[in-house]
Design a protein around this ligand. Structure first.
Ligand code: PEP
Length: 266
């Protein structure tokens, strides 16, 4: 009973901004400074905020946010620590640049760069070994949803992605449910669809691990989250925050999303 209570209390809302391949270094500094200024009075007991700029701006954004409660994340990683892997970046390098989070298995990586569940699994293990929190993205395409294959697809992504991850380690990850048809399309999942799917994910975690673990893992929703829809989404019992793309690129919208999320009591 006590253990469950402690684990449930650990599900702090997490809002992460995925800047994708946007922002030069100068623009990134400006955006990070603006977000920091707007969130100056943020209650970090209540919410965790992560900025994920492109690799080129990580160090500069870290400089900006180092004296705040905002944390730094990267958008991808390679699983080897170092070596002849031209163009790749390791966990060791990301940690050195100040990263506390890494987005892994984003649908754009899966769709355009051949990221398969086995790679997600290796990246996840590398991040955990480096004590960086992985934000693992899963989600179905439109044709998979329309073909009633959503749960099957998510089930495979989660089972293969988490293969060999211990109970102790799985507690350190964040899952982002991002229906591919909702990313960058302006078409958001209805709150009830997000809840139903995220409940499925939590039930699967219960089967794979146990109830306490499933209740402790944070599951974000991602896919065209904006000021107009975040409240209803994160009021859902199994939605523990948001992974935000487009709306994280302006100070007003991203800070606005955090402020709305901060006021939601569950
Ligand atoms: C994302 O990139 O993870 C995302 C959810 O993008 P958008 O908010 O633009 O749909």
């Amino acid at each position: 009973m006590f253990v469950s209570y402690v684990l449930i209390k650990m599900r702090k809302t997490i809002i992460a901004g995925n800047w994708k391949m946007y922002k030069t270094i100068t623009e990134a500094i400006e955006l990070a400074n603006g977000v920091k200024r707007e969130l100056f009075q943020m209650d970090s007991q209540n919410i965790e905020v992560v900025l994920c700029p492109p690799f080129t701006a990580l160090a500069e954004v870290y400089e900006v946010i180092a004296d705040s409660d905002i944390q730094l994340g990267a958008q991808d990683v390679y699983w080897q620590e170092e070596g002849a892997f031209t163009g790749e970046i390791s966990c060791k390098m990301l940690k050195d640049a100040g990263c506390k989070f890494i987005i892994i298995g984003h649908s754009e990586r899966r769709q355009f760069f051949g990221e398969i569940n086995a790679f997600v699994n290796k990246k996840l293990k590398a991040a955990l070994n480096s004590e960086i929190t992985p934000i693992v993205c899963v989600g179905e395409t439109l044709s998979e949803r329309e073909g009633n294959r959503t749960f099957e697809v998510l089930g495979n992504q989660i089972k293969e992605g988490l293969d060999g991850i211990t109970e102790e380690d799985v507690l350190k990850i964040v899952i982002a449910y991002e229906p591919v048809w909702a990313i960058g399309t302006g078409r958001t999942a209805k709150p009830i669809q997000a809840q139903e799917t995220q409940k499925y994910i939590r039930n699967l975690l219960k089967e794979l691990y146990n109830n306490d673990v499933a209740e402790a893992i944070r599951i974000q929703y991602g896919g065209s989250v904006k000021l107009e829809n975040i409240l209803e989404l994160i009021q859902q019992p199994d939605v523990d925050g948001a992974l935000v793309g487009g709306a994280s690129l302006s100070i007003e919208s991203f800070a606005g999303l955090v402020k709305i999320a901060c006021g939601v009591k569950k």
